[in-house]
Design a protein around this ligand. Structure first.
Ligand code: SF4
Length: 511
């Protein structure tokens, strides 16, 4: 057991930057530290014994941000004997020993391939009173074999693969996360089952390119089979996945989505550009026609599918005609939402040294036109749902204005964000009476309600909910419990009642 000088357990905080992969890795970092005897610091605690930065190298100025944050912590550490600072994630994998050279008060640097070593590295750094830097070039243990402290009672991520065999010229992931490593289907399903058994209703299968899942063990249809196998798991109500790659997308995945009742009819498929010339320069080996063909087949099989995407605007050499092609594809694809990015150089990527980098004002102006077009379409698509009944999985933290408006928020099956009224508290408090539900709906519960208003990025449902189902995830949320999955290796995981944990703290700030 790791204890502070006074004999109480050492406290920790994890600060997370970047993508879902990092957010999920942070759940593992928390799980590992708690298994080693650390306890999570309270949200307001700005003086924990251990601070772990889980960094991202994809965002612009990620290094300035990290060194700024490390600089702020230095005086805190000077006043707190025994405090330790650890830096992990993609930026650590990239900068390695440079981190302790630039910030010698950092105790541990660990990479994306050896998260499991963190508790040992912290111990060693304390014992030797010297910084420990350990970066591996490839994965030693599949990260999902590590214990995980889950952040949510109702939804969980499950990694099916890590790394990527593609070489998109704007992306640093292949350099930092290595080649694709696939987890065995039996291990993936054991973890999904363990989550469902602990009351989790929704699982998102996670990989840099889920459609190439199986490449390592020679089954190109492995992903569709995995979706179908998830359909057999009792209690699992929603299955999602991210991200598919249009190059590797096969029709059996569409069939599996359409024929497996618990797989949600939502697809997040990065487009990046509608111009074939730009896709070529990005080294993304599909063309817009293939992309639109997949969407057409998805809609044929699932007319209610919501399709979302990522788009980069202003890639080096992008002409006005190229950009117009992106707008054309956006109009044709009728996305329900799009994450739009202005291209900016990422050191270490091939695109950073390409000629014809575009001036900032050209990128900005195209970006604004892209947003206007995307919003026009997403709003029109959302308006089609006014008057429809939606099933909402009630969430935490999805509605910034909920407290003021008296609504709660969650996601519909197709992934759309829904803010819904719970109704005024009824006087009698008897089931069936108006207002009975107010105050009784918890995160993790399921509500059916009717859409009354559509905005470009969300739906509102302002009538009384049509139904409310209490779930085990809702019970756990009410009791302040979150599921933990033990390290899942080849055997079946142990499944039990999730342990009570302190109130969730937000050491993490996904950015
Ligand atoms: S598919 Fe391309 S963008 Fe996605 S992780 Fe791989 S290299 Fe990066």
């Amino acid at each position: 057991m790791t204890t502070a000088a006074a004999g109480s357990p050492r406290t920790y905080q994890v600060r997370t930057y970047g993508c879902q992969m990092n957010v999920h890795d942070s759940e593992r970092i928390s799980g590992l530290l708690e298994q080693a005897g650390y306890v999570r610091a309270a949200e307001a605690d700005d003086n924990p014994d251990v601070v772990v930065f889980n960094t991202c190298a994809v965002r612009e100025n990620a290094d300035n941000r990290l060194y700024g944050n490390l600089g702020h912590l230095r005086p805190v550490k000077d006043k707190h004997p025994g405090m330790q600072i650890a830096v992990g994630g993609c930026l650590a994998q990239k900068d390695r020993g440079d981190i302790v050279r630039k910030a010698p008060w950092v105790d541990v640097v660990f990479g994306t391939h050896n998260i499991g070593s963190l508790p040992a590295l912290l111990e060693r750094a304390r014992h030797n009173a010297a910084a420990e830097v350990e970066i591996l070039e490839s994965l030693d243990v599949f990260p999902s074999t590590l214990p995980t402290r889950r952040e949510s009672t109702y939804a969980g991520w499950v990694s099916i693969s890590v790394g990527c065999n593609n070489t998109c010229t704007f992306c640093i992931v292949p350099a930092l996360r290595g080649r694709e490593k696939d987890r065995r289907p039996g291990d993936v399903l054991a973890e999904v089952r363990a989550l469902a058994d602990s009351g989790v209703l929704e699982v998102t299968l996670l990989g840099q390119n889920v459609n190439s899942y199986g490449v390592e063990f020679g089954d190109r249809y492995a992903f569709g089979k995995l979706l179908r196998a998830c359909g057999e798991i009792d209690g699992l109500e929603r299955v999602r996945f991210t991200s598919p790659h249009p190059k590797d997308f096969t029709d059996d995945v569409i069939a599996a989505m359409a024929e497996t009742p618990n797989v949600c009819h939502s697809l997040h498929m990065p487009l990046q550009s509608g111009s074939d010339d730009v896709l070529r320069a990005m080294r993304r080996s599909y063309r817009s026609e293939r992309y639109l063909g997949i969407i057409e087949r998805v809609r044929e099989a699932m007319p209610d599918a919501a399709i979302t995407t990522d788009i980069i605007v202003g890639f080096p050499g992008e002409t006005e005609a190229d950009f117009q092609r992106t707008l054309d594809v956006v109009r044709e694809a009728r996305f329900s939402s799009a994450f739009t990015f202005q291209y900016s150089k990422r050191p270490g990527t091939p695109a950073a040294t390409m000629p014809d980098q575009l001036p900032k004002q050209v990128v900005q102006e195209r970006y604004e036109r892209l947003i206007a077009t995307v919003e026009e379409i997403t709003w029109a698509e959302n308006r089609k749902l006014v008057g429809e009944t939606v099933e909402v999985l009630v969430a935490v933290g999805e509605g910034r204005k909920d407290e003021r408006t008296g609504r709660m928020s969650g996601r519909a099956r197709d992934g759309r964000l829904v803010h819904f009224a719970t109704g005024a508290l009824g006087a009698s408090g008897r089931p069936g009476d108006a207002g009975f539900l107010a105050g009784r709906i918890r995160p993790g519960d399921i509500v059916h309600t009717t859409v009354t208003y559509a905005a470009p990025h969300h739906l509102n449902a302002d009538g009384e909910p049509l139904s409310h189902r209490r779930t085990r995830a809702g019970d756990a949320a009410e009791a302040g419990r979150s599921p933990r999955t033990p390290g899942v290796s080849l055997g079946l995981p142990t499944v039990g009642v999730p342990a009570a944990v302190p109130a969730p703290a937000t050491g993490c700030a996904a950015g």
